[in-house]
Structure formats: C-alpha cells, structure tokens
Design a protein around this ligand. Sequence first.
Ligand SMILES: C[C@H](O)CC(=O)C(=O)O
Length: 336
Amino acid sequence: MNTRHITISDCSLRDGNHALKHQLTKEQISEYCEKADHAGIDIIEVGHGYGLGASSTAFGLAKVDDETMLSIAREKCVNSKLGIHFVPGVGKHSELEMAMEIGVDIFRIASHCTEGNITHRSIEHIKKSGKKVFGVLIMSHMADAKRLLKEATGMKSAGADGIVLMDSAGYSTPDLVREKISTLVDNLGITIGYHAHNNLGLAVANSIEAVESGASMIDATIKGFGAGSGNTQLEAIVAVLERYGFLMNTKFKNLIDLSIYAEQNIISRVPDIKAINIMTGMHGLFTGYGTYIQKISSDFNVDIFELCERLASRKLVASQEDIILEEANKLAKKII
Ligand SMILES: C[C@H](O)CC(=O)C(=O)O
C-alpha cells in the first residue's frame, strides 16, 4: 500500500488555453474553477498558454486579460490553490506583483531547461513575499539529468520550494523520465513535479513513472486538453494513481462532472495524436509548433518530415517560429 500523497496540479485553464488560441472566456474560467474546486483539485493553474504577461501579437492575444482571469478564478478557488505560470522576459515583474495582490497562491517560474539562472530574481522576490514558488524547466528532454540537476539546484538556492520538469515536446519515454526525476528526487530534498505532453501516447505512463521515481506533484488537464496532442489526462492519471493506492485530495469519481462539463462547454476538439504530433515529438520539437509546421510545409510545398529533421538539427526551442520559416525556405530552394 502506498502512503505517499500526490498533489494534482490542473493546468487545463493554462495549457488548455493554447488549444483555444488563448480564447478562454470569463464564464468558462469561473465555471471550471468552481467545479474543479468542488472536485478537490489541489492547484488550478490559470492564464494565457505561455503564461502571465504573454498576451501579445507574438504569443497570441488572449480574449480575457490576466488580471480579470485571475480575479475570477480567485473568487472560485475556495479550497484549491490558484497557480500561475511565468517566464521572466515573456512576463514582467509588475505582472507578478499584480498576481500577488490578487492573491495567487502558487507561482511557477519557468525557463528553458538550460537557462534556470534567468528565474532566480523572480524566485527570490516571490519567496521573500512568503508565497509558494516552484522553478520550472521547460523542454527538459534537451538536457541530461546532470545538467537538469545543476539548473534545479540553482533554482532551489534562489528559494524554490520545488522543481517541475516539463516534457514540452512530448519526446520522453519512461526510462528517460525515471533517470531525470530520480536524479532530482535523490539530490534535492524538495517537491519534484512532472508535466507531460502526449505526442507519443506516453503522457499518463510517463507521469506514473515520474510518481514511481519519487515525484509528488503531477500536472494534468481535463480530457488531456492542452497544446499539441495535449497533456496527461486528469481523469486517467487520478484513476491509475488511485488504483495504485496513492493518496490524493481528489478522487476519480469527483472528476466525472468536471469532465462532462469541460467536454460540453470548453473543449473545442478533444486532443488526439496526429501524425504531425508524433513527428514533432520524435524530433523533440515544442508540441505547440505542430499546426504551424504543418502550415509552413504546405505553404512552401516541402516534405514535412524533412523539415522536422532540419528543425531538430537546429535544436529549436519554444518561440522560434522564424527558424521554421527560414528552414522551410532553404528546403524549398534546396539549400543545405
Ligand atoms: C509555455 C509552455 O506552454 C509551458 C508548457 O506547458 C510546456 O512547456 O509544456
């Protein structure tokens, strides 16, 4: 019998916002938060898909501004903690201040997996304000366990209460998850979380592997609703963890209404795994790039698999759409 407690962090209203091109409405945020709170979800993350302060022509304009989204969610999160995702440089310090004033409980400060030092100032500041703060390493497949530990150690020294690894490309397999999560668990002595994407159909399996390797916080979304082929399905991970005997504040049976509500009122397209999602996953490309790569390969009339290979060799990270254009153009002109 497992006696470990697993914290469920529901990012349907943040990662799911990618799937809606950041067009979540006030009503959807309010209704979902109320139901998720009743269902016993520990943390409800809310905001633009790319995080606080990201609403822009570059990242996509959100329907509802950050302050309004967070204020609505704050009112409905009675027992659940309210969380935000923040990438320094995408969002500004003043936006963190605004989130603190509204009463956000959980601050997740993120960077590309090799650039953890850019998060330190924000982590230190939030920690001093007495809030819970996590360091988040995005695109974690692009660094080995030793490098992730170095970045995570820096975040811990800055004051992080925990570290979350994001498999932003849905590239990882359970063996990789095991090695990376257990390295962090064995060496850091703070909460370790895991955030999966389902490009290779492994999000639930990888999340289970993360828990078995010592992670105690799992990100999940209702019906797997998120960027690209989506995330770890909340209902499925809770059902499996329950069967394994892990302790959680929510139960599968509490999620049935939430799942039906989201399917009928929020989810425009239940995520599936298209060939393009597998292609970006195999090549370790940010899962949110799938639709864009498909469009550009068609606009330039180039082979999509070859384009993905070129992008992988450029070690593309998030927010580098210009390189997709550049490589498609070169491929069309047969420039190596
Ligand atoms: C900004 C990204 O959408 C964060 C995330 O969920 C991921 O990298 O995965």
